[in-house]
Write a protein that binds this ligand. Sequence first.
Ligand SMILES: O=C(O)[C@H](O)[C@@H](O)[C@H](O)[C@H](O)COP(=O)(O)O
Length: 262
Amino acid sequence: MGKPPNLFAFNTADELAVSLRAFVIDAQNSALDRHGVFRVGVSGGSLPKVLAKALLGQVDGTNPLDFSKWEIFFADERAVPLDHDDSNYKAVKDELLDKIPTELGTPIVHPIDVKYLDDIQEMADQYEQTLVRSFAARDSVRTPMFDLLLLGCGPDGHTCSLFPGSPLLRDDSAWVLPISDSPKPPPKRITLSLPVAGHGIKIGFVATGASKKEILRQIFDTEEGHQLPCGLVNGLGQERVSWFVDYPAVEGVSFPARRGSL
Ligand SMILES: O=C(O)[C@H](O)[C@@H](O)[C@H](O)[C@H](O)COP(=O)(O)O
C-alpha cells in the first residue's frame, strides 16, 4: 500500500492559488530536469480560471515559469468547434493562453482535431496518436505518464469525462476514449481513460465551494466513494495525487486535510 492522497485546504482562493502555483512550478522543474519538456493535461470546468489565477495572477519577483517548454493536452474535451462556449480548449485559451506574457514563452497546445466532430471514435483515436507522437517518441512508454494532470471533480464524483457507473471506467483498451452519451451536456466528448488519468507523475484536483462537500465526503470517507471516478484516480495515484480545496468544500470530511501551504 502506498501513501494516501494529499488534501490541502485553504481559507481563500488567493491562498489556494499560491499553493497551486508552487505545485505546478515544482512539477515543471522536475519534468524539465527529467526530460526537458513539461507535459500537462488539463480539464475544463472552473480549472482554467483557477490555473490562470495561480500562474499569471501573482508576481513573486522571479520568473520560474517557462511556457516554451510546456506541452498542453486536454484531459477531456467536448466534441464542439474550438471557438464554441462548451470547448475546454476555448476556456484554456481565453483564461490562460491569450494572457501569457510573451517573455514567459509560448506553450505547444494540442487541441482536438475538429475534422472529426461527427466521428468521435476517430477523434479519440487521432488524439491518442497525438499522445503517441509526444510520449512514445520520447519515452517508449506503454501508458503515457503526464508530468502533471490538473483535474476537476464534478458534483457526482466524475473527473475528466469519466462518469460514475460508466463502462468507460473499465475500458483500458485505449489511452483516449470516445463518449457519446455524457450525462452532462454536451453528450459527445473524448476523455483520457482511467489508467492514463491515474498515471500522472503528479495529479492535482481543484474543488471549491460548499456544493462539493457531500461528494468530497463520499470520495474521501466512504468505500462507495472510493469507487467513484475521482476515488478511483485517488486509488491509482495515491500520494502522487494532491487536492486543492477550500474549507467549505471539506466541511464534514473526516479524512485529514492539511491546512494551507504544501
Ligand atoms: O464534464 C464537464 O462537463 C465539466 O467540465 C466537469 O468535468 C468539470 O470539470 C467538473 O464538473 C468540475 O467543475 P468545477 O471545477 O467547475 O466545479
